[in-house]
Design a protein around this ligand. Structure first.
Ligand SMILES: [Zn+2]
Ligand SMILES: [Zn+2]
Length: 234
């Protein structure tokens, strides 16, 4: 059973205006969200120079990550960070519904020649975190796009063995060490092309570790879709 997140009419979570849309976000507020216009196609980090060769950042050219492509919709700043915070820390399910709807409506527009994945893997939460929060935010934001595009969700195939705190203060070496052994593949997926969904990509270390594990199990192509991307290097 899935929780029905949408409501028929409500007030916009951001400006308070009445909206008849089936999410609590008015059209004007949706249009004003801080979209990432130009980003590295492999790691998703926003690029300032729109004439970057091959649309790759320096890091991905020098040292390509395991993740083959990344589509992140918004800069991790207000009001996107507010909506994500409301979902994760205030258990505000109307925020989850907004973010799920945005992912569904925007993700394919960002890369028109992108082939759809065979399966979607929401980043697994550690059981202790799941018990505390009551839901996995990555799973909640994956539901709309999975349903609309008829892509299966991988829910039980990968487990999170340890919880990692935000990794922004760690250097690259420390981050790699920190995520090592973080996940375990319980049931190797048969899909050849998997997209990992996360609410916010900070350093990319977590999704890259998942991609590494999936490829070790024979998955050929691994992408990442996320609502937001923090503007700090990979
Ligand atoms: Zn509004
Ligand atoms: Zn990159």
């Amino acid at each position: 059973m899935t929780i029905k997140l949408s409501v028929l009419a409500s007030n916009c979570l951001l400006c308070g205006d009445f909206t008849k849309r089936d999410i609590s976000l008015c059209k004007a507020c949706e249009d004003s969200l801080p979209r990432i216009e130009h980003a590295c196609k492999q790691c998703g980090i926003p690029l300032e120079n729109i004439n970057t060769p091959n649309d790759l950042c320096g890091q991905c050219i020098q040292n390509p990550p395991e993740v083959d492509y990344t589509v992140s919709l918004f800069h991790y700043e207000n009001p996107v960070s507010y909506l994500i915070g409301q979902m994760k820390f205030q258990q505000q399910l109307s925020s989850a519904a907004i973010l799920a709807s945005l992912l569904d409506s925007e993700i394919l527009k960002r890369n028109s020649d992108m082939t759809l994945p065979d399966a979607i893997l929401p980043v697994p939460l550690h059981n202790s975190r799941l018990a505390k929060r009551g839901f996995n935010q990555s799973l909640e934001i994956s539901r709309d796009v999975a349903k609309q595009k008829k892509i299966p969700l991988l829910i039980d195939q990968v487990s999170r063995e340890k919880h990692t705190e935000a990794q922004t203060h760690l250097n690259k070496q420390q981050r790699l060490k920190n995520v090592k052994g973080c996940f375990k593949v319980l049931d190797p997926p048969v899909a050849k092309h998997i997209v990992i969904v996360d609410d916010v990509i900070t350093t990319g270390a977590t999704t890259n570790e998942l991609a590494r594990l999936l490829k070790a199990e024979g998955v050929e192509k691994v992408g990442v879709w996320s609502i937001a991307r923090a503007d700090i290097g990979s």
